[in-house]
Ligand binder design. Sequence first.
Ligand SMILES: C[S@@+](CC[C@H](N)C(=O)[O-])C[C@H]1O[C@@H](n2cnc3c(N)ncnc32)[C@H](O)[C@@H]1O
Length: 224
Amino acid sequence: MTEHKHPKHSEHESTVSAAQVWDEKYRSRAKIWSGEPNPQLMAEAAHLPPGTALDLGCGEGADAIWLASRGWKVTAVDVSAVALERAEAHAQERGHSGNITWVRQDLATWVPGELFDLVTAQFLHSTVMPWQQALQLAAAAVRTGGTLLIVGHHPAGLPPWGQHHDHAAERFYTAEQLAGELGIEAPQWRLDVVDTRHRSATGPDGEAAALTDAVLRATRLAAH
Ligand SMILES: C[S@@+](CC[C@H](N)C(=O)[O-])C[C@H]1O[C@@H](n2cnc3c(N)ncnc32)[C@H](O)[C@@H]1O
C-alpha cells in the first residue's frame, strides 16, 4: 500500500474526512461486499486484452483481483485503509498480490502519475465528493486507445438497504448524464455502451432486491 508521506494541509483534511466515513463503514462489518467481482465489469472487460488497469474506489478488492487473475497489472485505489487491508489479504490468499499495487488516496485530491489501458470505477458513490470530480479523474487517466468503464447505481433503481436515498439526486447518475457531464463524445471518444441494466442482488443481511445499474463504456480515440 502506498500513500503520500507529506500531504498538503487541505489534502490531509479531505483525506481524514472521507477516510473516516468509509473506515467506519468497513469496520461495522467483517466483510461489506460479496467478494465476487462486479457483474458489469466481467461483462464489459472480459473481451479486452490485458494491460494496465486502474480501479478507482476498489473497496475490498474483488474487481482488482479478478483483473489480476486475467493478466492485468492493476493499480487499485481507495480512501479506506480498512478496506485495503482486507483487499491485500484476499489478493495474497488467491496468489495475485504480485500484480496489484494498493494505493490509499482520496480521489478528491489524488492525481495518477500515468495513463492506463483500462480505468474502471464501480459504484464509486461518495457522500463527501461530487461524483463528477472522481469520474473526471477516471476519464483523464485513460490512454489513447484505452477503455473507460463506469458503473453506478441508477437513481431509479437504488438498493433498499443503507442510506442510498439520502441526497440521491446529487450522488447517483444515469449513463447518459455521465457521458454528458464528462464530455465523453466524438471525436475524442467512441461511446461503446451507454446502458441501463436491471439485475437481482442480495443485501448485507441476505435481503433480495431488484437493482438498476448505469453502465458506460467508452474508448479514447485521441488525447484531450
Ligand atoms: C460503494 S463502494 C464500492 C467498492 C467497490 N468498487 C465495489 O464495487 O465493491 C465505494 C468505494 O469507494 C471508496 N471511496 C469513496 N470515496 C472515496 C474517495 N474520495 N477517494 C477514494 N475512495 C473513495 C470507498 O472507500 C468505497 O470502498
